[in-house]
Design a protein around this ligand. Structure first.
Ligand SMILES: *Cc1c(COP(=O)(O)O)cnc(C)c1O
Length: 397
């Protein structure tokens, strides 16, 4: 089959699933949806009562609902996922000059949160099944260069402390949390999970973000539910949750009228307005997750008869939220796949299918090119093959 025909067949299959598209009537990658929710009346409550800012009952209710939906003992709502990550890393002890282990296949915010603390991302390869950090590659990397010295874990090559492990649950597919947790225990490394994309994703009985010390969610405009901007920390550690609340509220000491602070805090708390939007969509979470699964199933069926492509599926033993549907080009040579991908992208955008290549790998971005890294062969390979498809749950409603 010629490349042009192969591309046309893929685009036709996508249109079969999501309906017709055109340059004038494009179909986006992921869009917010408030239909069928009580968002208007909850927002009205904020305006009518004047409780619009970073205190108010919708914030506590949003946090309680997040706990109910994830099984977390604590949820702390903040202004966005990046801030949640920065706060989580700070709380487990990441300090300027430390290294944090993370995968190169992620949204830039994962590495940025590390850099915001003046710490250094250290990239470790991914596995093909979950697209998350490969536990084996991680173990080998640590064996190779990490030594325990005076109660600290030191990278022998750079002389810097390795301070945390930061896996990502990519596109909502759960990374291998149990193995990563095991490694974090062996090496005394706090485990912080970037579960920004993984609300509603589970491995066995554990929700993503709860395999280690603390995890984070994002409620940015393109996520499964959105608060406009927003994020949250999830943790079963009460002390850590208390600290998160304290530091995200300018470290203000509780008092009826005195204004006093006991640390350099941040102003990170989620406003009541945004939380109200979050509560309205959480009430619809199960339906959204069902629509997401159905959409994934339709894509998977539509691609079943095409050669050279497959839909990225949830890893065995997990339940993914299928936040983004991802097409994998199975060409033998990844650079051939990458060349073909450019053609598909051009032709898709010409007919209003706003599909996207997966992120450019983080170690290739100018600000992270000199970061330490292991062999990243699998990430390099997969990074050239993947295309994200229109994934809004409302496409099926
Ligand atoms: C969205 C996202 C973030 C950041 O969340 P914001 O709310 O946009 O700051 C972090 N990591 C990953 C993997 C994300 O997809």
């Amino acid at each position: 089959m010629s490349s042009t025909n192969r591309s046309a067949a893929i685009l036709q299959s996508i249109n079969e699933v999501v309906g017709p598209s055109s340059a004038k009537k494009p179909i986006a990658l992921h869009e917010p949806d408030f239909s069928g929710t009580k968002a208007w009346s909850y927002l009205k409550d904020c305006l009518d009562t004047g409780w619009v800012s970073s205190a108010g009952h919708w914030v506590s209710r949003f946090e309680q609902e997040l706990c109910a939906h994830t099984g977390a003992a604590n949820a702390v709502a903040v202004t966005n996922g990046t801030v949640a990550l920065r706060l989580a890393l700070h709380l487990v002890g990441v300090r300027p000059g430390d290294e944090v282990l993370l995968p190169p296949l992620s949204f830039v915010a994962t590495a940025n949160a590390v850099a915001h603390l003046r710490a250094i991302p250290h990239f470790v390869d991914i596995e093909k099944t979950s697209l998350g950090i490969d536990p084996q590659a991680l173990s080998e990397r640590l064996e190779q260069l990490a030594r325990k010295q005076g109660g600290q874990l030191i990278n022998q090559e750079t002389g810097r402390r390795i301070a945390a492990l930061l896996p990502v649950h990519v596109f909502g597919h759960p990374a291998d949390g149990p193995s990563l947790h095991q490694i974090s225990k062996e090496w005394d490394l706090p485990l912080v999970e970037d579960a920004a994309e993984a609300l509603g994703s589970w491995r066995n009985a554990t929700h993503c973000g709860l395999f280690g010390e603390v995890g984070i969610l994002s409620f940015n405009g393109n996520k499964l539910i959105t608060t406009g901007g927003g994020g949250a920390l999830l943790t079963n550690n009460d002390e850590l949750a208390q600290q998160a609340k304290h530091l995200s509220t300018t470290a203000k000491l509780p008092h009826a009228w005195e204004v006093e602070h006991d640390a350099v805090g941040w102003n990170d708390r989620l406003p009541n307005l945004n939380a109200a939007l979050g509560v309205a969509q959480l009430e619809d979470l199960e339906q959204r997750l069902l629509a997401k699964r159905k959409l994934a199933e339709r894509y998977s069926n539509a691609f079943a008869n095409l050669e050279g492509v497959e839909l990225v599926a949830e890893p065995p033993g997990t339940r993914s939220n299928y936040w983004l549907k991802t097409l994998r080009l199975t060409d033998e040579d990844p650079s051939e796949a990458e060349k073909f991908r450019q053609l598909v992208l051009r032709e898709a955008h010409a007919i209003g299918l706003l599909i996207r290549p997966v992120w450019k790998l983080l170690h290739r971005l100018p600000m992270y090119q000199t970061s330490p890294k292991g062999s990243l062969l699998m990430a390099e390979d997969q990074g050239q093959r993947m295309l994200n498809l229109p994934s809004s749950p409302q496409l099926l409603r």
